[in-house]
Design a protein around this ligand. Structure first.
Ligand SMILES: [Zn+2]
Length: 397
């Protein structure tokens, strides 16, 4: 029998909030939505004074760090020092399936129905919580060709293993401009085009990254040299180096530009003309590194799609995408609250190629989550959410 969920507020995301509304569900699919009288011959569930949302989307994480008790390094650590600490920490950390499962559980606790997971492949994940679907990006890096060859071949194995999987969709991720040559990036994009897959890359994460790729100098270059990874021919590509990376990514069927903390006006202008590209902003990770103010406002103003991610427990206290939304509502009041909510729902779903998630409309898939909704005016929901630390409650899988 169909089920009908009544709630004080329904937030379909792509339509305005509905007060005292209902959502009718058949199996795992939304079949109708409305206010007032609801369909007869259905099992009615009154959820009370809550706001009903589509399952959220966490567009960026690395679950392999889910055994960490807290972020690596002190707040404000420089990215190039942090990478060194991460490499060292790998030697002491747990490995494998259990860590991924622990992370996936944390992601679901934060209300996420869909997650973009960057993985060292072969990916050890095995058990995926029933309400979660995952885009698992096989990470490819290499400033030198043999390393890139080996990682691309592992990514190909990742695609063979997960093609047709019910909950895992394979994707590919050239890691970052400081670890991946332009040639390797181009090979990843060609690899994604052959498979109609989505690409994700960390880009414009810090001003030191920009100095490295534009001029081949600075603290990032020094750190790479210290670690024995510096390749002079990969860096110092001039003032359009970041734009060149964005141009290459734009050739993929869809691309996530992860972080984008240091995007310049000309780069935002380019992204505004690329509807297949999405910037993924990780607010609390951004705070951890004490980066300058994120350009999320100009991105939104220019119509660039922005999604939210948590990044990993190596730079964030938890994997709750709902807590990222709450952070946005509290600390980025310059962004309209419904825009912040869209970043963690419909924009994330569209970025990850899932137009059937991130919104409550007939034909969309469940799950649905509820959060506090005991207010009379929908404009009061954001302040209610800021003061309510309770995690989202799963209403349907
Ligand atoms: Zn990341």
């Amino acid at each position: 029998m169909d089920k009908v969920f009544r709630a004080r507020w329904i937030l379909p995301i792509c339509y305005p909030p509905i007060q005292n509304g209902w959502v009718a569900v058949r199996g795992h699919e939304v079949i109708a939505i409305g206010a007032g009288d609801c369909p007869a011959n259905s099992l009615q569930v009154d959820l009370g004074s809550v706001a009903l949302l589509p399952g959220l989307v966490n567009a960026h994480t690395h679950l392999e760090f889910s055994d960490l008790a807290g972020p690596i390094g002190m707040p404000g650590v420089k990215l190039y020092d942090w990478i060194d600490l991460v490499i060292k920490s790998r030697r002491d950390r747990l490995d494998g399936c259990e860590v991924i499962d622990r992370g996936a559980t944390g992601v679901v606790l934060g209300g996420a129905r869909l997650v973009g997971e960057i993985a060292t492949v072969p990916w050890p994940g095995f058990f995926v919580p029933p309400q979660l679907e995952m885009l698992v990006f096989g990470e490819v890096l290499g400033l030198r060709k043999p390393r890139a060859d080996e990682r691309l071949s592992a990514a190909a194995g990742h695609f063979s293993r997960f093609s047709g999987h019910a909950q895992v969709t394979p994707a590919v991720s050239p890691h970052a401009p400081y670890s991946t040559s332009l040639e390797t990036l181009m090979r990843c994009v060609a690899f994604a085009c052959e498979r109609q897959a989505i690409v994700a890359m960390h880009v414009a994460e810090s001003k030191e990254e920009r100095e490295l790729i534009e001029s081949g100098t600075g603290p990032f270059a020094d750190q790479l040299a210290k670690l024995g990874f510096f390749q002079p021919d990969c860096f110092g590509k001039g003032p359009e180096a970041t734009l060149q990376i964005l141009r290459e990514l734009s050739k993929a069927p869809a691309a996530l530009v992860v972080h984008g903390n240091d995007l310049k006006e000309s780069e935002i202008e380019f992204l505004a003309g690329q509807p297949q590209m999405t910037v993924v902003y990780c607010p609390r990770t951004h705070v951890f590194f004490k980066h300058p103010v994120h350009p999320v406002a100009p991105l939104v103003q220019r119509g660039v799609r922005v999604a939210l991610g948590t990044d990993s427990l190596a730079s964030n206290p938890d994997l709750s995408i709902w807590n990222e939304v709450r952070w946005m509502l509290q600390y980025r009041p310059d962004i309209a609250w419904h825009d912040s909510l869209s970043m963690a729902t419909i924009h994330g779903a569209d970025a990850l190629g899932r137009s059937d998630l991130g919104r409550i409309v007939p034909g969309a898939k469940c799950g649905l989550v509820s959060v506090a909704g005991d207010v009379d005016r929908c404009e009061d929901l954001p302040s209610r959410w800021i003061e309510s630390p309770e995690p989202p409650i799963w209403v349907t899988e």
